[in-house]
Design a protein around this ligand. Structure first.
Ligand code: PLP
Length: 414
């Protein structure tokens, strides 16, 4: 432990930072302090190199060519599917469907599961602290199918009110869709308990894992959820690739969402039969290169170890929270007992948009806004927040610099 209390003995952060070329640059004459990792993360050189090497030497179409390049690319593509399955704790690699990210993954499940299993009078349960990606697809589904959307309330600290959740459940509930980690508050939701309670009334469960996959060691079989989504660009991989784990028995019963090439068994002009999952849900040429980058990102995370990442980031979060609690005129939005890597805050002195502009002058990249979670902002009576979201390459000194810049901003704007 350093005198900041941050577990520097867990990870060699200086060594890790050398793996991320972008972090060594200066912004406006100051060293870049990157604290917008909940929006997107940076890539280690191993990801950049894997992508470059694949494109330079191995690129080919997948699942259709019968020549060497294509066969090898297909093999590498399927190896990444296995890697993702292992990373998430899935039983079979075919339970992983690649999508462009979490948004597309939730749309796929809402559309396809909804078409097959949701009817008039049925109910879908979400929470008050979801990203728009886990709200709008369910609203659209409810409108289309004549179903009803129910919302789990959240308390003043940012924790879901579990007694109220239980009251929302009934035999009419078809799906419970909640995030594992809230992108606006950092709350870690009790997803295992949420899943058990949903299953007890016969409902299925989708976990939006966009913010958890980079921070928490996963075991989807232990959680027992029915679907679990992720985004590669939040896990140190490329943008344009992500996916969703789903139980095979469900995928097998679900109709396709996007249709076209590659998702078929046979097409005649009269009728089409569909391929088995996961191909049924991966129409068209997939983002082949991005899949390779995702594979490299998972290798990188595995090499460091998700347990170590969680330990280090937890101590960083504790340190940052202590700093922010001492800043006069700042209110942390989201004080759940279990949180991951996010400090969201508000000051009456400076609007978050002004605040992040000010921080940028000090080379600090933070996000100010509603974080695609407007219902969360409404719940806490703020128009927006400033959000510092950390990764394992961040250092306690960077949080010191952030706190100092925030204090300077408040002084000037007051
Ligand atoms: N869900 C959560 C909790 C998120 O934080 C995000 C992105 O910020 C998304 C879903 C959407 O992810 P993507 O933009 O990668 O599709």
């Amino acid at each position: 432990m350093s005198d900041t209390g941050v577990a520097g003995n867990v990870l060699d952060v200086e060594k890790i930072r050398k793996d991320f070329p972008i972090l060594s640059q200066s912004v406006r004459g100051k060293p870049l302090i990157y604290l917008d990792n909940a929006a997107t993360t940076h890539k280690p050189i191993s990801v950049i190199e894997r992508v470059r090497n694949f494109d330079a030497e191995k690129y080919g179409t997948v699942r259709r060519g019968t020549y060497k390049l294509s066969e090898h690319a297909t093999q590498l593509y399927e190896e990444v599917r296995q890697k993702v399955a292992d990373f998430m704790g899935a039983e079979k690699k075919g339970e992983i469907v690649f999508t462009s990210g979490t948004t597309q993954a939730i749309n796929l499940v809402a559309h396809s599961f909804g078409k097959r299993f949701v009817n008039e009078g049925d109910e879908i349960v979400i929470s008050n602290i979801e990203h728009h990606a886990n709200i709008v697809p369910w609203q659209v589904l409810c409108e289309e199918r004549g179903a009803k959307l129910k919302v789990i309330p959240v308390d003043d600290d940012g924790e879901l009110v579990m007694e109220e959740y239980e009251k929302l459940l009934s035999p009419k509930t078809r799906m419970v869709a909640v995030n594992h980690v809230s992108n606006a508050l950092g709350t870690i939701n009790p997803i295992k308990e949420i899943t058990q309670k949903a299953h007890a009334v016969g409902a299925r469960v989708l976990i939006d894992g966009a913010q958890s996959t980079p921070h928490i060691k996963l075991d989807v079989r232990d959680i027992d959820c029915d679907f679990y989504t992720f985004s590669g660009h939040k896990m140190y991989g490329p943008s344009g690739i992500g996916g969703v784990y789903g139980k095979m028995e469900l995928w097998e019963e679900m109709p396709p969402y996007v249709t076209g090439g590659d998702m078929i068994m046979q097409v005649t002009l009269e009728k089409t039969t569909y391929a088995k999952p996961p191909a049924r849900f991966e129409a068209g040429t997939p983002p082949i290169t991005q899949v390779m980058g995702l594979g490299a990102a998972i290798d990188y995370l595995n090499e460091i170890g998700m347990d170590k990442i969680a330990d280090y980031e937890n101590s960083l979060l504790e340190y940052g929270t202590r700093l922010f609690k001492e800043i006069e005129g700042v209110r942390i939005i989201g004080n759940a007992r279990r949180k991951a890597s996010i400090i969201s805050f508000f000051s009456d002195s400076a609007h978050p948009h002004d605040m992040v502009h000010f921080l940028d002058q000090d080379g600090i990249a933070c996000r100010g806004g509603h974080h695609c979670a407007q219902p969360t902002m409404i719940r806490y009576g703020v128009p927006a927040t400033t959000r510092a979201s950390m990764a394992f390459y961040n250092k306690p000194e960077e949080l010191d610099a952030l706190a100092e810049s925030v204090q300077k901003c408040i002084r000037i704007f007051s």
